[in-house]
Design a protein around this ligand. Structure first.
Ligand SMILES: [Zn+2]
Length: 441
């Protein structure tokens, strides 16, 4: 059939859809209705038979089509995200000049009482200026080993105190397998980026809009930047890692202590800072040895700690800047099961103990150095929390911390994994937004 003009085509199109057509359909689909698809991640296949040009559009964001247009026969793959919400329905439209066909999908929600296991793709962006420098150009094997170790902490496998069972976060950090466009990575989990200058000022880096371009979609990846941190003024202390706190949605899903946004879904294009965590690659080989000898620069602890921040955790100690040595005792991490303590008082006491030991020609034991005084109850406790500072066994997280992390994964924009409620609707907002930014070390 030769089309004379656009109007004729439109009219014909309408007629064939609304009145039906007894002749051969312009497009036939191997299946156009999928019911009771499980809540888990799924790929559905539909064979398209046609001699025409076609386009495929998903009307819902939780289902992506493998190909948005084509000519003639094809196999279309529909990728469904896991559904951690209630049952949902979606439509995929296949358009040709002569006909519109619909594919209907109904995906079940996660069963009541079942908790989703998050698999969070991590991409290490190794920033370097000298590829010969092993403290800049970090080997993939080393980074994957660190990630493995971090997973043991999040699985609740503890190292100290007879290895008692810690809290399992029910999540796994996995090396990213593909880049943003779906190409398989030669070095899964790692990409190398040549920079003009090294070291970098980590605090300036975290707020610098020029580095947004280094990010991979934060809705799909956790971005970990590795680079040599410039020395802090005076050089007296060292920063091992630094992170942004996640954003929290407002309203009933707001999580205390996080910067808030009215937007339940955001994209990289909305960011004016590189939402990520940064690790100081000068210390990437440091760790507590198999002999258990304490190493305060342990990179496994640093990464686990910064990931904790990235997923919504604050420090375990009293972070009220005004409290100083006063008797205020603030639960600034919003977790009741992490005892608060006055860090300044702890530091002074530690210094005194170290001096005393030096005078007596002995050394301070780990068991003594990890002791703190609960500023609420006055009880003495030993520090085991990954979100603590200074000398700590630093090998576990608590139940309340788990609840915060899971809340962030369920609702926070710009974190990977399936979302619930409004966060699932994903209407895209164009352009840069003035989003709040909180950086923690
Ligand atoms: Zn911290």
């Amino acid at each position: 059939m030769i089309r004379k003009n656009f109007f004729f085509f439109l009219l014909f199109g309408l007629l064939s859809v609304s009145c039906g057509d007894d002749s051969e359909p312009a497009v036939s689909l191997s299946q156009d209705n999928f019911a009771n698809i499980s809540y888990e991640e799924n790929t559905l296949k539909v064979s398209i038979q046609t001699s025409l040009e076609w386009t495929a559009t998903s009307l819902v964001n939780w289902c992506r089509v493998s190909q948005s247009k084509g000519t003639g026969d094809a196999v279309l793959e529909l990728s469904l995200e896991p559904n951690i919400d209630t049952e949902r329905s979606g439509v995929i439209k296949i358009w040709t000049k002569e006909q519109i066909r619909e594919i209907n999908i109904r995906q079940e929600g996660i069963p009541d009482g079942q908790e989703f296991t998050y698999r969070l793709p991590v991409i290490f962006h190794v920033l370097y200026s000298d590829a010969e420098d092993r403290n800049q150009y970090i080997d993939q094997g080393r980074l994957l080993k660190v990630l493995d170790r971090v997973n043991t902490y999040y699985d609740g496998i503890t190292r100290y105190n007879g290895g008692d069972k810690g809290v399992d976060m029910n999540l796994e950090f996995v090396p990213a397998e593909t880049d943003e466009t779906g190409n398989a990575l030669l070095t899964p989990g790692v990409e190398y980026v040549k920079m003009d200058a090294m070291p970098l000022d980590c605090e300036a880096f975290m707020g610098d809009s020029r580095y947004v371009k280094l990010l991979w979609d934060p809705n799909r990846y956790i971005n970990v930047m590795l680079y040599n941190f410039a020395e802090v003024d005076g050089g007296g202390s060292v920063i091992l890692g630094i992170s942004h706190l996640p954003l929290s949605t407002t309203g009933t899903t707001y999580l205390e202590g996080l910067p808030a946004t009215q937007y339940a879904y955001l994209t990289k294009e909305n960011l004016s800072y590189p939402k990520c965590l940064s690790i100081n690659s000068l210390y990437v080989y440091e760790e507590t040895g198999s002999d258990g000898k304490y190493n305060g620069f342990d990179v496994n602890v640093t990464l686990a700690h910064e990931l904790g921040h990235y997923l919504g955790l604050h420090h375990a100690f009293d972070e009220d800047e005004n409290s100083g040595l006063s008797t205020d005792c603030i639960d600034s991490d919003y977790c009741e099961d992490t005892p608060s303590y006055n860090r300044i008082a702890y530091m002074m006491n530690l210094r005194a103990l170290l001096q005393e030991a030096a005078q007596q020609g002995t050394s301070l034991s780990m068991a003594e150095a990890v002791k703190r005084e609960n500023c609420k109850t006055g009880q003495i406790f030993s520090s085991y929390n990954l979100m603590d500072y200074e000398i700590s066994y630093a090998d576990r997280l608590t139940n309340d911390q788990r609840n915060r992390i899971r809340h962030v994964l369920t609702y926070s924009p710009l974190t990977p994994g399936p979302k619930k409620g409004k966060a699932n609707t994903r209407s895209v907002i164009e352009g840069k937004l003035d989003l709040p930014m909180v950086i923690v070390k």
